[in-house]
Design a protein around this ligand. Structure first.
Ligand code: NAD
Length: 507
């Protein structure tokens, strides 16, 4: 089955790191608990076929309700929102250190549950610890506004307050990283949270909450419930006791939870899918550009919301870019995610592999030219070859839909205006990249591209200082940076009279 061209490392099932299945409990009000039904969900590693690697409680609506009420009680009565910023900051910093100290354990959990490589997972754990540290540093200095120019008889304050109880629903691809882009900001603002990770990959989120508890976070401040989106995630969206819903996942589910949250006018943050354009001008450093494009779409098997899945290349550079990308695709080592030399692991599960295949078949049938890839790599696990299409029309499904697999669709352009039109020809607006040695041209182009997270002459990088979020149907709201604290804050207008009797209404 293995491709003639792509290097494949067969998954070795005898690795000592998965001789023991991990059995998790949820964390509600500071206690590790089972689901009230006693039911569980088992997770088979997508990389090692039928090998069960973890088991989580299958929460009921009743369990979710308990978690929400615990967070409500901790917010309304508990110490966390009433502590000084400096006390909260100290605890968040300790959690960051704990994540860093446990990074190898957390990386192995994600490697086995998600199917991503151990190298990739280690990098994400280090970044997650960094996010907690950043949020800790800034949680101490959160401020509102004063208005001292309202005349002699008044002074005004815009008091920053925590928004309240936050429900956080996360997807399967980067559980700890995405959790760490949200939880420390919500906690730093003084909120309490209930997190529902994906049913496929809950392990690292549970461990993160346990570490936070062990670092002194008060009971009920950080709860984790595990189970299916319907009913557990839905309850987080519609329950009147949650004040804010932060959802990260697909456009389809984002629409559902956004509608549910609207039923009681709670605030929502939605981080949804993408169909990222990568515009390559002919004057670019094509070696660096092709490396970055390949990493963006083939790394983690294309299962990243910010994957650059549309290559939009200036006509004179098209042949060279395709040649370079094909060479890189042939050199990518795919397979056993615990192997230190492997670049790309498995896709998340068999139905997803089949979905990727069906898109590739649709692309072929519609007349796009398959340049490389387009095949499974093993009967074990869910491995798919890096795949490139050329001669793609903008109305093909491979051009429009978020495939969430290692599939690149190529278009070419003659003028910068055409490049921008192609880049913006999508319902999504999550991410975009531009490559050019002419920085003025790159900057002028990026200003016209409608996307929330963009790169010039780089791809995929970021920093907790900088806010992230989507344009168009990729979402609403911003996480991280000072934007993240604003997201989880609300502002109270205090207009204070300094001479109340000076202007009586009735003489
Ligand atoms: P998904 O929408 O299927 O699931 C996301 C989460 O929602 C999971 O925890 C799931 O259990 C839950 N859920 C499912 N149905 C629900 C319902 N009816 N009510 C409430 N919750 C429900 O997404 P996924 O397959 O886990 O992740 C892939 C998607 O996530 C892709 O579209 C990707 O682009 C997107 N994503 C976006 C970002 C971002 O920051 N913009 C980051 C990562 C992934």
């Amino acid at each position: 089955m293995s491709s003639q061209r792509t290097a494949f490392v067969e998954p070795r099932r005898e690795d000592a790191r998965f001789t023991q299945k991990r059995r998790y409990q949820m964390l509600i009000d500071g206690k590790s608990v089972e689901a009230e039904s006693g039911e569980t969900i088992t997770r088979e590693s997508p990389a090692y076929a039928d090998l069960v690697v973890s088991e989580i409680p299958r929460a009921t609506k009743g369990d979710a309700e308990r978690a929400i009420l615990a967070a409500r009680h901790a917010f309304d009565e508990g110490p966390w929102p009433r502590m000084s910023g400096s006390e909260r900051s100290r605890i968040l910093a300790r959690v960051g250190e704990a994540i860093y100290e446990h990074r190898e354990e957390l990386a192995v959990i994600e490697c086995l549950e998600v199917g991503k490589t151990i190298r990739q997972a280690r990098g994400e754990m280090g970044a997650s610890a960094e996010f907690w540290r950043y949020a800790a540093g800034h949680a101490q200095g959160l401020t509102g506004e004063t208005h001292n120019s309202l005349g002699d008889n008044a002074i005004g304050l815009m008091l920053r307050e925590p928004v309240g109880v936050v429900g956080i629903i996360t997807p399967w691809n980067f559980p700890l990283l995405i959790g760490s882009e949200r939880v420390p900001w919500a906690l730093g603002a003084g909120c309490t949270v209930v997190v529902k990770p994906s049913e496929f990959t809950s392990g690292s989120t549970i461990r993160m909450a346990e570490l936070a508890r062990d670092c002194g976070l008060p009971d009920g401040v950080f709860n984790v419930i595990t189970g299916y989106g319907d009913p557990v995630g839905q309850l987080l969206a519609e329950h009147p006791a949650t004040d804010f819903l932060s959802f990260t996942g697909s456009f389809r589910v984002g629409q559902i939870v956004g509608g549910l949250a609207a039923s009681n006018i709670k605030r929502v943050g939605l981080e949804l899918g993408g169909k990222g354009p990568q515009i390559i001008f002919a004057d670019s450093d094509l070696e660096a550009a092709s490396d970055a494009v390949a990493r963006s779409i083939f790394g983690v098997g294309g299962q990243a919301c910010i994957a650059g899945s549309r290559l939009i290349v200036e006509a004179p550079a098209r042949e060279e870019m395709l040649e370079r990308l094909t060479k890189i695709a042939d050199k990518v080592v795919i397979g056993d995610p615990l192997d230190e030399n492997v670049h790309v692991g498995s896709l998340i599960h068999r139905p997803h592999l089949e979905k990727v295949e069906s898109y590739v078949n649709a692309g072929r049938k519609a007349g796009a030219r398959l340049v490389t890839g387009g095949e499974r790599l093993s009967n074990v696990g869910n491995y798919y070859a890096p795949t490139i299409f050329d001669a793609v029309d903008t109305d093909m499904s491979i051009a429009r839909d978020e495939i969430f697999g290692p599939v690149l669709a190529t278009f070419s352009f003659e003028t910068p205006e055409q490049a921008v039109a192609l880049a913006n020809d999508t319902q999504y607006g999550l991410s975009a990249g531009i490559w050019s040695r002419d920085i003025t041209k790159a900057m002028r182009t990026i200003r016209q591209v409608r996307a929330g997270r963009t790169w010039i002459n780089s791809a995929g990088g970021g920093a907790p200082e900088m806010g992230i979020g989507g344009f168009k149907q990729s979402g609403i709201g911003r996480e991280m940076g000072h934007y993240g604290f604003d997201e989880y804050s609300t502002f109270k207008n205090v207009f204070m009279g300094l001479n109340p009797v000076s202007t009586p209404w009735v003489e």
